[in-house]
Design a protein around this ligand. Structure first.
Ligand code: SF4
Length: 307
């Protein structure tokens, strides 16, 4: 039997990994290498500390995760033929958020790294109660909008046994690299087209959104064997709400593959031993852009003078 202790840090690719690599090489090193194994009882103090810092989420990331989890739960209910009463459902979500907030505020994540850990708490960022309230109000708005979306009406008219909620693979092999780029939701339209949805909760358009959608087109091609011309990609901004449909084609799919190859190649080029996925801290330079450091999980270890 393989236990946790047998886990091997294998190289894999994801959009967030790419983003971290672009942000700061040292942050990337801490996140994907130095904190590895920090969950083990035998981990050194330093590795354990990095592992806890790695889990920190900004409050916006947390709100986004809450919305995504709630939508997944709602869709599971709808798939199983249950009615989901909107306001009590949202009230439940907000109540659970309160519990997570209290747990984070009490720093329970230091002993239990799997529980919610907010950057704002670890780094004592002063926030007014109104700012926290705005966050839960935003979650409620996003969920209310979700239940009112014409896209949801269209989805509900399709056959739920073809919905992808948790059963499609989240990872696939791309030219010998494991790639994690699963869309949030997928369904088959009555016209036999594949609809893939990305729920967005942020205000401003996310950086690299086109690349992300292109990765979903690649996912459709590689995992489901569906050609880009048969795929509808939906960017569902729940805050507005605004759903933007996108189409892809073979040529743009090639461009996405090339971007992916380039990203994988640059990451691997930083490794002391690419075969064994071994990294050495001195190869990973610290960013000079202190604005990135300000919101970096690892600031306390890397640039304590800024804290
Ligand atoms: S504190 Fe700054 S330099 Fe250090 S890892 Fe974070 S972003 Fe990079």
């Amino acid at each position: 039997m393989r236990g946790m202790a047998d886990l091997v840090n294998e190289f894999s690719w994801s959009r967030s990994r790419d983003g971290t690599f672009q942000d700061c090489r040292r942050k990337y090193f801490y996140h994907y290498y130095a904190s590895w194994g920090g969950w083990e009882a035998t981990a050194s103090e330093e590795v354990r500390r990095l592992y806890i810092l790695k889990q920190l989420m900004s409050r916006q990331q947390w709100a986004g995760r809450v919305v995504h989890d709630a939508i997944e739960l709602a869709l599971q209910g709808l798939r199983n033929g249950r009615t989901v009463p909107v306001e009590p459902f949202i009230a439940d979500v907000i109540e659970r958020m309160r519990g997570e907030w209290r747990s984070s505020k009490a720093a329970r994540y230091r002993d239990n790294p799997k529980s919610v850990a907010l950057f704002e708490h670890e780094y004592s960022v002063e926030l007014s109660p109104e700012a926290w309230r705005a966050l839960s109000q935003n979650v409620a708005t996003c969920l209310r909008n979700f239940f009112r979306l014409p896209l949801l009406v269209a989805i509900r008219r399709t056959s739920p046994e073809h919905w992808s909620i948790e059963h499609w693979s989240k990872v696939f092999n791309f030219e010998s690299t494991q790639v994690w780029v699963a869309p949030d939701f997928g369904f088959w339209t009555p016209e036999g087209r594949l609809g893939l949805v990305d729920w967005k909760t942020g205000g401003a358009p996310a950086e690299g959104a086109a690349f992300q959608l292109g990765c979903y087109a690649l996912y459709a091609r590689e995992v489901l064997g569906v050609a880009p011309a048969q795929v509808d990609l939906y960017e569902a901004n729940l805050r507005e709400p605004l759903v933007t449909p996108h189409r892809w084609d073979d040529e743009r799919l090639e461009a996405v593959k090339e971007q992916l190859r380039l990203s994988i190649r640059s990451m691997r080029a930083y490794l002391a031993d690419p075969e064994a996925n071994i990294a050495v801290i001195t190869d990973f330079e610290r960013t000079e852009d202190l604005r990135i450091c300000k919101w970096c999980n690892f600031r306390a270890v890397c640039r304590p003078e800024l804290t």
